[in-house]
Design a protein around this ligand. Structure first.
Ligand SMILES: Cc1ncc(COP(=O)(O)O)c(C=O)c1O
Length: 451
């Protein structure tokens, strides 16, 4: 078997896959933050094409040619067989990883950034506002906006803004404006700073700032890099390509493992495979989502109605949540610090099609280093959580003398996370326990929804 299983540009996906066509039970609605009645995506914030995709029940949605042309700059992305990691672990398991770090922005986020910029431009929007955690999403959207001549303002979670200055410079290189969140540029930012001048920020706060910015300007829409159905839809190019690549290798995975922050790279990878599980074609397929112990949304959160943002301006979704006011500890996987989770992922967990596990920061970095020293790629801290579980599963295979085919969603590289690697390598990185009291407090503030 080849080390890299590649597709040609002609073999790229021409349509995104929409799981909503195949769910045994439909997704719960999104609710309006004030009336608490079913709602669409707020038109002042989103173009109608993305709203249509959000609620569509069509199984296949065509990828416009302009988007496909841009995807060709880095897609199809490679599927690797991790021969060297397998050897290092001395495991009978076969490990495969789909690598999204080959995109110019360094992660899967560009798949939806390009699509969102395209649909906004098409509907006459001139400027977008967004939030970013680790800076991966902000940098991807900066490039997406650059491709289509849109302006962009990025509210970057303050801990990451301070830990990762190069991500900001990347955004600026691609023409965006980036500020640390909470910022003085919005009412909600000023309010939070007045209460806590040292706030390290959170994705929920940054979302509130970007939403407020977009609400206040007619030429501006808001853009979200994860969680929503249309974002997961755009990411299905990952899983669709992987299916073809695995077919070429004549392998079907026994277990698929990915990290979840808001659920988009994981959803993009697993949804085409989840269809096989739902339809009964592959009932034994195991699907595992991995999150940090410091922000364990699915493993320890409630499955409840909650706001998507801190200020309660975003729609309310039924999802696993730690409470929209929860501010997680400053783990280095900035992209995994969101209080909620993609409703599609939560729905699949509830229906029993997949499971979630939580891992701590130190073993995550230990796994990342093992991966870097065998396969060469230095992974981002986010997918390193998934690598930790891949290694656990491969070791289990060794103990049990079983050969399993393990597929990893490797969502991005960690070239801008070397500060975190340095801390780990010099023994300065710490593990954060599950912040039970903070979660308990945040869960007191869930909206009351009578449904
Ligand atoms: C490389 C990478 N992987 C994963 C994530 C988590 O987001 P999601 O769950 O939407 O894929 C992020 C978020 O910033 C990221 O940068």
């Amino acid at each position: 078997m080849d080390t890299k299983i590649l597709l040609t540009e002609k073999e790229m996906a021409t349509h995104w896959y929409n799981i909503q066509a195949d769910l045994p039970e439909p997704l719960p609605p999104l609710l309006h933050p004030v009336t608490k009645e079913p709602t669409i995506l707020p038109p002042p914030l989103f173009p109608s094409a993305l709203n249509d995709q959000e609620f569509s029940k069509e199984r296949w949605i065509e990828i416009p040619d302009e988007i496909q042309e841009i995807y060709k700059l880095w897609r199809p992305s490679p599927l690797h067989r991790a021969f060297r990691l397998e050897k290092a672990l001395d495991t009978p398991a076969r490990i495969f990883y789909k690598y999204e770090g080959v995109s110019p922005a360094g992660s899967h986020k560009l798949n939806t950034a390009v699509a969102q910029a395209y649909y906004n431009k098409k509907e006459g929007i001139k400027r977008l506002a967004t939030e970013t955690g680790a800076g991966q999403w902000g940098s991807a959207l900066s490039l997406g906006c650059q491709y289509f001549g849109l302006e962009l303002k990025v509210y970057m979670v303050k801990v990451s803004y301070e830990q990762k200055p190069y991500r900001r410079i990347m955004m600026e290189t691609w023409g965006a404006k980036c500020v640390a969140s909470p910022s003085k540029d919005t009412e909600i930012g000023r309010k939070i700073l007045a209460e806590n001048p040292n706030s390290g920020g959170s994705l929920g706060i940054a979302i509130s700032e970007a939403v407020e910015d977009a609400f206040k300007r007619d030429d501006t829409h808001y853009s979200l890099g994860s969680v929503l159905n249309h974002v997961l839809l755009h990411q299905t190019v990952i899983g669709l390509e992987t299916m073809k690549q695995m077919e070429k290798a004549e392998v079907y995975p026994d277990i698929i493992i990915g990290c979840i922050g808001g659920g988009s790279n994981f959803g993009g990878m697993i949804l085409p495979f989840a269809k096989d599980k739902i339809t009964g074609k592959k009932p034994k397929l195991q699907i595992v989502a991995v999150e940090p112990e410091a922000c364990p949304t699915v493993t320890k959160g409630l499955y409840a109605w909650d706001f998507g943002d801190v200020a309660g301006m975003a729609p309310i979704a039924l999802m696993h949540t730690l409470g929209h006011t929860f501010e997680p500890p400053p783990v280095h996987a900035g992209g995994l610090r969101y209080h909620g989770m993609a409703p599609i992922v939560c729905h699949l967990v509830k229906l029993g099609f997949m499971e979630a596990r939580a891992v701590k920061q130190l073993p995550t970095f230990e796994a990342a280093i093992k991966f870097a020293r065998s396969e060469g790629i230095i992974p981002a801290p986010e997918p390193s959580h998934a690598i930790k579980v891949v290694i656990d599963e491969a070791i289990k295979c060794k103990k049990e003398g079983k050969r399993k085919d393990i597929l990893l969603a490797l969502s991005g590289h960690g070239h801008f996370d070397l500060g975190a690697y340095e801390k780990y390598l010099t023994g300065q990185l710490e593990d954060y326990e599950y912040p039970a009291d903070k979660v308990k407090e945040a869960l007191k503030h869930l909206p009351v929804v009578n449904r």
